[in-house]
Design a binder for this molecule. Structure first.
Ligand SMILES: [Zn+2]
Length: 303
């Protein structure tokens, strides 16, 4: 695994004098350093730095702080983990999503506006995103899309097995679900979807959720406060008081305890238990290892 950090220096717009000064400083910096500042779409200057270059952090931090105070602008940074194949095989849980098959005028789900309520903010921390939408009815699915190529032109022999639904939900094929069930994967929460053509429950696709949600890390450490116990959102990194750590600090790590997870082999990191689905290694090997169509890997959780 590597951690890649983007640091964005964003002048207020329009501010030509600041831009001229920022470009000048970037040119000077780029002449004598291997990590270059790149101009992105005329709106910001960006560093992208891998943690394999941690030895250069201090120098970059000094430069960024200098630019911030000299030009009166603020740097915004974000880090993401980039996993390799071995990381996935060594993971306790792997997040699985589905292929996006929606295209303009032809969505997979025909009743998303009726089946999902408007997203509401978390009552505890105020976090809101598209996942925080209560589902009040089964999804009505255009099954014919499951046999077509996706919008990128990739086709799926035998149909798509794993498909992204609105609100972060997941559609799985009957054959994928059958494999999970015949292996007695524990913790599945299966909901019917309706076939648009008949209005009846689909025989070939199902909505998959988890019977258990895990919203906060199970291992107590300093970063615990960074997760909302009500919705699982990552809050402001209160534990990172050093300016430097917040510039390069990796996201708070999410580790679960065996007590939290119990026997479950499918858990959700979302209070709906229907989004952010993580498959335990044994279940992951079934879903990812057996050539199902549309399986997309995301984040990893370790014990
Ligand atoms: Zn919350």
């Amino acid at each position: 695994m590597t951690i890649e950090t983007s640091i964005n220096l964003i002048p207020e717009q329009p501010n030509e004098a600041t831009w001229v000064a920022l470009r000048h400083r970037a040119d000077e910096w780029n002449r004598s350093h291997r990590h270059h500042l790149a101009e992105i779409s005329g709106i910001m200057m960006q560093f992208r730095i891998s943690d394999s270059s941690a030895a250069d952090y201090a120098e970059i931090r000094d430069f960024v702080e200098d630019v911030e105070s000299a030009l009166g602008l603020k740097a915004y940074s974000a880090s993401r983990r980039i996993y390799n194949e071995q990381d996935y095989w060594d993971a306790a849980f792997v997040e699985i999503g589905g292929a996006c098959l929606d295209r303009p005028g032809r969505p997979v789900v025909l009743n998303a506006a009726e089946a999902l309520e408007r997203p509401v903010p978390c009552s505890k921390c105020g976090w809101q995103d598209a996942l925080n939408a209560l589902q009040t009815a089964p999804f009505l699915i255009d099954e014919s899309i499951l046999d077509d190529a996706n919008p990128e032109g990739e086709s799926a022999s035998g149909g798509w097995d794993c498909v992204a639904l609105p609100g972060g939900r997941l559609l799985v094929s009957k054959r994928l679900l059958s494999e999970l069930r015949s292996a007695d994967v524990r913790g599945l929460d299966v909901l019917p979807v309706l076939a648009a053509e008949t209005g009846k429950e689909s025989a070939r696709a199902f909505q998959l959720g988890a019977s258990k949600a895990v919203l906060v890390p199970g291992i107590r450490h300093a970063s615990d406060e960074t997760f909302c116990s009500s919705c699982g959102a990552v809050l402001d990194s209160a534990g990172l008081d050093e300016r430097g750590d917040s510039l390069f600090g990796p996201q708070a790590e999410f580790r679960v305890s065996h007590e939290q997870v119990g026997e479950q082999e499918l858990v959700s990191r979302h209070p709906s238990r229907a989004a952010m689905l993580y498959f335990a290694q044994r279940a992951y090997r079934i879903v990812y290892g057996r050539q199902f169509n549309g399986v997309r890997r995301g984040e990893i959780i370790q014990f």
